[in-house]
Write a new protein. Structure first.
Length: 72
């Protein structure tokens, strides 16, 4: 899973896996779910994220895998 914040557009994309998206559905204003060819959720796009999500703090708790950070 990867969180990608784009400050220029104030959008957050939560990439849940590496599979390509073939279908998208807006579930509420500015929140879009992306699905792969088998109908599995692969990503979440949040427009105007600064007003919808607390972006100042990210807490990862009890994840079973490795946590990595990427420099901007």
């Amino acid at each position: 899973m990867k969180l990608n914040y784009h400050a220029d557009t104030d959008s957050l994309y939560i990439e849940l896996c590496d599979r390509p998206s073939v279908d998208s559905r807006e579930i509420s204003e500015g929140v879009v779910l992306d699905y792969d060819a088998e109908g599995r959720l692969v990503g979440i796009d949040v427009d105007n994220a600064g007003n919808k999500i607390e972006l100042q703090k990210v807490l990862l708790s009890k994840l079973p895998g490795k946590v990595e950070t990427e420099a901007t």
